[in-house]
Design a protein. Structure first.
Length: 411
């Protein structure tokens, strides 16, 4: 039986993470070798005064969204019902760049046609592209590497806005100007920051994970840390096994311990070892299992039935719940420690309020992830942790990209 204390992260270890994370941030900013890319985004925080109608295209996983929204100034964002969701066909994720961007441009064309926006007016578009991009300007940047299972050929090293623009030309879309390219964390931070000037960290805890913050030394320019790749963490044999069998061994180590793409598989490896049950274990199962408070753990049983395990004993079900709790709790504590590291970098003595804008399915849907993060921050900062408020910033990434487009087009 696995000793689940393997997944514990004690207060002294959170302090080690904070220290190591800060060192890596400094190295990354100084362009020294670091697991944190610390990418300058050419974006600063909005004032809240930005106005106008914009289009946002939000692509960071197999589901992507296109929406129109209006910024009303005074920190207000108007809601628009003009929105469409699309699913990227699996084959495109391992195909070539042309087919990939043609598909996206085709979806944008459908959107413009559906809402009668295809002529008469030019639109500025904010493009949220949630992968590690080395920005070369506010609306240009080259893909450094793919993450989250994407593997489209011919994109790494190239400017994603140019690739998108070429596809728009092929589809005869001529009234859309891509005026901003943004990571989802940056969109999330900017969207919350538009309404609330205390907001200074944007975090995604979903399929992938990442965070950004405004860097004082760079006149407040927002830095995309790409924390998913942070690798100064104590790993267990299960983490090493998952990494070894992943499509990119050695990369995205923190992401493999924290995000929705991997948490389920990690718990699955422990379940396989302890109970000799070999199932494809999804992260969403963990939420159902950990929320099950019934005496007989009936929800755990029904999740198991879904995966083809018709019968299970209460002892097995209890064990599975314990495994899920241990794995997700560690993920929450790692995330909280890295947030603490960023806060301490901006405000050494925690002397002012910080709002952390967070989006993503793990943060939103998991029953105890947010709570475990909060209690970890309380351990780290004591009563001063009340100055830190984590808020769910739902769908902020698209909205934020539109705000960035507004700022950029005004310039
Ligand atoms: C990507 C980041 C992104 C995060 C959340 C990671 O895999 O590298 O750029 O912000 O996922 O979507």
């Amino acid at each position: 039986m696995t000793d689940l204390s393997l997944f514990e992260l004690h207060l002294n270890e959170t302090r080690d993470i904070i220290k190591a994370f800060q060192l890596e941030m400094d190295r990354g900013l100084a362009l020294k070798k670091s697991s944190l890319k610390m990418i300058p985004t050419y974006v600063t925080m909005p004032t809240g005064a930005e106005k106008g109608r914009f289009i946002a295209l939000d692509l960071g996983g197999t589901n992507f969204r296109i929406l129109e929204l209006s910024l009303k100034g005074g920190g207000r964002i108007g809601t628009s019902s003009n929105t469409m969701k699309f699913v990227l066909p699996q084959a495109l994720l391992t195909g070539d760049a042309k087919s990939f961007f043609d598909f996206i441009a085709g979806c944008l064309k459908k959107f413009l046609q559906k809402y009668k926006l295809e002529s008469g007016k030019d639109f500025n578009l904010g493009f949220t592209f949630s992968f590690p991009v080395k920005q070369t300007g506010v609306n240009s940047g080259r893909l450094v590497c793919w993450t989250k299972g994407f593997n489209v050929r011919g994109v790494v090293g190239n400017d994603v806005v140019s690739l998108f623009n070429e596809a728009l030309q092929r589809k005869n879309v001529d009234n859309v100007i891509i005026s901003a390219l943004a990571n989802d964390t940056v969109g999330t931070l900017v969207a919350k920051g538009y309404e609330n000037s205390d907001c200074d960290i944007g975090v995604i805890l979903g399929t992938g994970t990442n965070a950004c913050y405004p860097e004082e030394k760079l006149d407040g320019m927002i830095i995309n840390t790409e924390w998913g790749n942070f690798n100064k963490l104590k790993t267990s044999l299960y983490d090493r096994e998952l990494d070894k069998n992943s499509d990119r061994p050695g990369q995205q180590i923190l992401e493999k311990m924290v995000s929705g793409m991997y948490l389920g598989s990690l718990a699955g490896l422990v379940i396989k070892k302890d109970l000799k049950i070999n199932i494809e274990f999804k992260t969403e199962y963990m939420s159902v299992i950990e929320a099950d408070r019934s005496a007989g753990l009936s929800k755990v049983a029904s999740v198991l039935r879904k995966t083809g395990i018709a019968k299970s004993t209460i002892v097995e079900r209890r064990r599975i719940k314990k495994i899920c709790e241990a794995v997700s709790r560690r993920g929450a504590r790692i995330s909280a420690s890295c947030i603490a590291a960023i806060i301490k970098k901006m405000d050494k003595r925690l002397s002012r309020r910080h709002v952390v804008a967070i989006d993503g399915s793990v943060y939103e849907k998991h029953p105890t992830f947010a709570k475990n993060m909060k209690s970890c921050l309380r351990e780290i900062f004591g009563s001063r942790s009340s100055l830190i408020r984590m808020v769910l910033a739902k769908d902020g990434s698209g909205k934020g990209a539109a705000i960035i487009a507004a700022v950029a087009s005004r310039k």
